[in-house]
Unconditional design. Structure first.
Length: 131
């Protein structure tokens, strides 16, 4: 799992809508999920994406359910993961990889919209040709 530079993390966090972490305080397997949630609530990331919603749910069930992360990206895609088998750097890497995919989807949509606008502009220009 590679380290994500701060600048890229701030760019990619803009493509995230919600982060939900379900983890029990008492469960040692929840450590990486809690740390992930804490990092995603950092002032520098929330400054870049003030509409980001980070929700941490601490279920009281015994035995506790496996810790989970559910992330919804702006392109509508969702990443859900049982985090009990992962360390924090692995979770961050997977999270940002999915954010990168969401960014690419967003850019493709914008490119298509631009091409449609360009085509509409050409049609309008051609129909107003007063020779």
């Amino acid at each position: 799992s590679k380290r994500i530079p701060k600048r890229i993390a701030q760019e990619l966090i803009q493509h995230v809508k919600t982060i939900q972490v379900v983890a029990s305080y008492q469960d040692p397997a929840s450590k990486s999920a809690y740390e992930f949630a804490r990092q995603m609530q950092s002032p520098s990331l929330l400054k870049v994406n003030p509409s980001l919603s980070v929700v941490v749910d601490n279920p009281s069930a015994t035995p506790p359910p496996n810790p989970r992360i559910r992330v919804e990206y702006n392109d509508g895609s969702v990443w859900e993961e049982d985090t009990s088998g992962y360390k924090l750097p692995q979770l961050r890497s997977m999270f940002y990889e999915k954010a990168e995919e969401a960014e690419e989807q967003s850019m493709q949509r914008e490119s298509k919209r631009g091409n449609i606008r360009k085509a509409e502009g050409q049609i309008i220009t051609q129909s107003i040709n007063f020779d």
